[in-house]
Design a binder for this molecule. Structure first.
Ligand code: ATP
Length: 361
């Protein structure tokens, strides 16, 4: 396994890039520690696959260097980097049995048959493929085929890292949950360096200890799922993580208050202090689950109009209008929700302030 380092990496698909927007990857400076379970999370087109291809060697970066355990591998092709890759769609030999498919990467490296057998049986057991080992891959369903692809990626224990590019796309939703848990278990057991690309936050947050959120060719935040949820460093992270995402309200600051559409919202002393020395366009951020929705007015409650209530079973998502701004609140199923007018409370400890899109620290 290896520690993988990206040193000032940038990439443009244009022959003569001029401005920042000509770069699919703007400036990536990052280290994935040996044995880490990392996810690259971001919307379509933010540069995830480009970055993964630079790590694997399928693509050479326009700028910067890639280091494996301190050794510069930027100019090395994939086969010299000793990595395994699992792609979005199954990559296997249809005419071979499942056993032979799993054994292939090991036999290719000259591993002896006793060890091949041991490892294939172990991986087949982890992925629930034991009953299929004698079957030909051709006749199997798409999700079973993708499990074989995963198995082929996992079977070698001597790789520097395993790179996964949206590997669960073709898998049924129910099985997806199961496989996500499996991958986490496998990581804990085998201690391999996993880099996992996805646009699905649930997939990233359940799988990885460390998630890098990408936006327009940059890593805007790297952190644990809890850090990303509680302290998003950029408004994009707040919006992208969580369902629904964080609410953002344009505001001005006045002493210990944020003023939103002429209404004052109380801040805690530390947050107000952080904002005092800052300039820029301010926004107040609060997660839907922390926004209090009440039927009666009260201290530090703000009047808002109820626009929609969506019942999600265990909770309700309430859409509200505060002046020109739209807010979402997540309310437990058994809590009353007013039909027309609600009184909102903003717990100061859950208010985050942003200036020009970035969290004020
Ligand atoms: P997706 O989830 O849709 O695959 P992504 O986050 O993996 O998206 P990339 O595929 O890395 O993003 O694409 C990043 C940017 O680079 C996009 O603007 C894309 O159009 C562009 N791009 C990707 N591959 C090429 C290519 N071969 N030639 C030119 N532009 C490309």
């Amino acid at each position: 396994m290896a520690r993988i380092e990206l040193n000032e990496v940038a990439h443009s698909y244009l022959p003569k890039p001029r401005t920042d927007s000509d770069y699919a990857l703007k400036r990536i400076h990052n280290v994935w520690e040996d044995g880490a379970a990392c996810a690259l999370l971001g919307p379509s087109g933010c540069g995830k696959t480009t970055l993964l291809n630079i790590v694997s060697g399928l693509l050479g970066p326009s700028k910067g260097r890639v280091l494996y355990d301190g050794k510069d591998v930027t100019a090395l092709p994939p086969e010299k980097r000793n990595i395994a890759q699992v792609f979005q769609f199954p990559v296997l030999y249809d005419t071979m049995s499942v056993y032979n498919n799993l054994a292939f990467p090991l036999r290719n490296r000259g591993v002896n048959e006793t060890q091949v057998r041991e490892r294939v049986l172990e991986i087949a057991d982890i992925l629930d493929l034991t009953d299929f080992l004698k079957k030909r891959a051709a006749g199997l369903a798409a999700d079973a085929k993708q499990k074989i692809s995963l198995g082929r990626g996992l079977v070698r224990s001597d790789v520097a890292a395993i790179l996964f590019d949206e590997p669960l796309t073709v898998i049924d939703p129910q099985l997806k949950w199961h496989l996500r848990r499996k991958l986490k278990e496998i990581h804990e057991k085998l201690k391999l360096t996993f880099i996992y690309v996805t646009h699905d936050q649930v997939e990233a947050l359940t799988f990885a200890d460390q998630v890098a959120v990408m936006y327009e060719g940059e890593m805007v935040q790297i952190g644990s799922p809890q850090e990303l949820f509680e302290n998003p460093q950029h408004r994009f992270v707040g919006y992208f993580i969580g369902s629904p995402g964080m609410n953002f309200l344009k505001c001005t600051l006045d002493g210990n208050h944020a003023r939103v559409n002429g209404t004052d919202i109380k801040l805690d002393a530390a947050t107000a202090e952080k904002g005092r020395n800052k300039k820029g366009n301010f926004e107040l951020g609060i997660r839907p689950m922390y926004l209090g929705v009440h039927t009666e007015p009260g201290d530090n409650r703000v009047k808002a109009a109820v626009r929609m209530i969506e019942d999600q079973g265990s909770n309700k998502i309430v859409t509200l209008k505060l002046g020109n701004s739209t807010l979402k609140a997540s309310v437990f199923e058994d809590r009353p929700v007013p039909e027309k007018t609600a009184y909102l409370s903003f717990p100061p400890e859950w208010i985050r302030l942003f200036a020009d899109g970035w969290l004020i620290k």
